[in-house]
Every structure is written in structure tokens, then in C-alpha cells.
Design a protein. Structure first.
Length: 277
């Protein structure tokens, strides 16, 4: 059961505001209900959004928390004057001090982030996502040398979500390749990975956690048994050591933490601030 409703209101998609707002709310021991209201770019839409926000507060008996990235002064005025929630104006909070420091006026353009779709960075990111989807779980061996990084590990160790996050957030071409019992029997990496050893990064996982995850998919199978999971994890870690690959355990780490560690170890230059992200 959620303990507070959090609205995200924006003249664009609201994804930027939602990401930031969610990160802030994660600092508190509550489970918020996130409601995103995108494309609020007219006064009429602003009034509609305010009615929705205020109604929520009346029904729940608690002030909604509202994260806003609105730019249009008329739209902002409606929300500021009539919204009965706790309004966190993210542009107002950060843009004014930046204007003062830089000695420049911001462009205050509605939907400014939509310009990203025309940029080279955006197109490169789309290409990276397509590459990553095509190279998920060893589906194809084509152009593995074109990968920025190749994640390896046993099945269900977190390779796919990490790959997609790296592609979507950082525009990396990421392949991921499962290590399977046949590889463990040979005590060698899959032959297709040998030429790209320098691009390998391994993910491992606590065997008990792995067993729990696999049991959700294939309950009471040998594949999901704790004994088999212990064997696979031990063999995979030994193989990573023999291959000289860097690796980490995904057991207690978020996708964001895993991805940042991968970048730090394999492509530290890509950790530079990306203003188009």
C-alpha cells in the first residue's frame, strides 16, 4: 500500500523529472505512488493537472508531492497559484542559480529535451539499443568485435537488464553471452569469445539467490536446484579467473550500480557527464 502520491508534471515526457523525483523519494522509507502527467504545455492543461492533483489530496487526506519541470511562465503560474500539493519546481530550483553563475539567460524552451531526438548522440543510442537487443543471450555471433563490452555469466545472473541499461543510458553496444554446462565441461570459454577477451566482463550471483530466481521460472527443476546453482556459479567464476576477466556479484547491487562498475572497470572514459542523457 502506497503511503504518499507523488505527481510528476512536465511540458515534455516527464521522464527526466520522474527519474530525479524517484531518486529523491528513494531516500525515505515510504512506498510512493508515482503519477506522471506529461505534455502540460497550455494553460488549460495546467488547470486540468491541478484539478487532478488537488482531488488526489482531498481523497487521500494528504498533500500530494509534485515534481515539476514546466517552463512556460503562464503554465507555471497556474500550477504555482492553484496547486495544493508540495510543489518542487525543479527548473526554478536549478536554472536561476545557473543563470546567475553563468551570466546567461536560459532558453526556457518548452519541450527542450525533445531536441535530443535529432542529435547524433540520440541516433547513436538507438543504434546501440538495436545492437544490444540483437546480441542478447548469445542470439548471434555476428559482429561481436563491434561490442563495447561483452557481459558473461550463468543464466539469470542479471546480464540482460544490465546490457539494456548500458545501451539506453550510455549508448553502449553491449553483447551478453551465457556460460553453460558444456563450457564448464570443456573448462574453456566459448570459442567465439576467445578473440574478444579484453571486452569481457563477468557477472556472478549468490547461488541461493540464483536458485530462488530460477525456481520462479522452472520450479523444482535440476536447473533451479541449489546444488546445480552452486556448481554453475563456482565453475563460471573459475572460468572468469582463468580468462583474466573482471567480474562482480550482482546479488546485492542495483542495475545502476552494476552498470557504473562495469563502466569504471572497462570504459572509464564513458563515465563523463552526458548532458544529452
Amino acid at each position: 500500500m502506497h503511503t504518499r502520491t507523488v505527481f510528476v508534471i512536465s511540458d515534455g515526457t516527464g521522464i527526466t523529472a520522474e527519474t530525479f523525483g524517484t531518486a529523491l523519494m528513494a531516500q525515505f522509507d515510504i512506498t510512493p505512488r508515482i503519477v506522471r502527467i506529461p505534455f502540460v504545455d497550455t494553460v488549460d492543461k495546467a488547470h486540468q493537472a491541478v484539478r487532478q492533483i488537488n482531488h488526489s489530496g482531498e481523497v487521500e487526506g494528504k498533500n500530494p508531492i509534485v515534481f515539476s519541470t514546466l517552463v512556460n511562465p503562464d503554465v507555471v503560474a497556474v500550477v504555482t497559484q492553484h496547486c495544493k500539493g508540495l510543489l518542487m519546481d525543479m527548473f526554478g530550483t536549478f536554472v536561476q542559480p545557473l543563470e546567475d553563475e553563468l551570466g546567461l539567460k536560459s532558453q526556457h524552451r518548452v519541450g527542450r529535451f525533445s531536441d535530443i531526438s535529432q542529435s547524433k548522440e540520440y541516433l547513436n543510442r538507438m543504434e546501440a539499443i538495436n545492437y544490444t537487443l540483437a546480441h542478447d543471450d548469445g542470439q548471434t555471433h555476428a559482429d561481436l568485435s563491434g561490442a563495447d563490452v561483452v557481459l558473461i555469466g550463468v543464466s539469470r545472473s542479471g546480464k540482460t537488464p544490465t546490457s539494456l541499461y548500458l545501451a539506453m543510458q550510455f549508448g553502449l553496444k553491449v553483447a551478453n553471452y551465457p556460460l553453460i554446462p558444456e563450457d564448464f565441461d570443456r573448462k574453456q570459454l566459448p570459442p567465439v569469445l576467445e578473440p574478444i577477451r579484453k571486452k569481457l566482463f563477468g557477472l556472478t550471483i549468490d547461488p541461493q539467490r540464483l536458485s530462488d530466481i530460477r525456481n520462479e521460472r522452472r520450479p523444482n527443476s535440476r536447473y533451479a536446484s541449489l546444488q546445480n546453482c552452486r556448481h554453475e556459479v563456482a565453475e563460471a567464476e573459475a572460468m572468469m579467473r582463468r580468462a583474466g576477466a573482471q567480474w562482480l556479484s550482482s546479488t546485492h547491487k542495483s542495475i545502476e550500480e552494476i552498470s557504473t562498475t562495469v563502466l569504471q572497470q572497462v570504459l572509464p572514459q564513458r563515465l563523463g557527464v552526458n548532458l544529452h542523457g
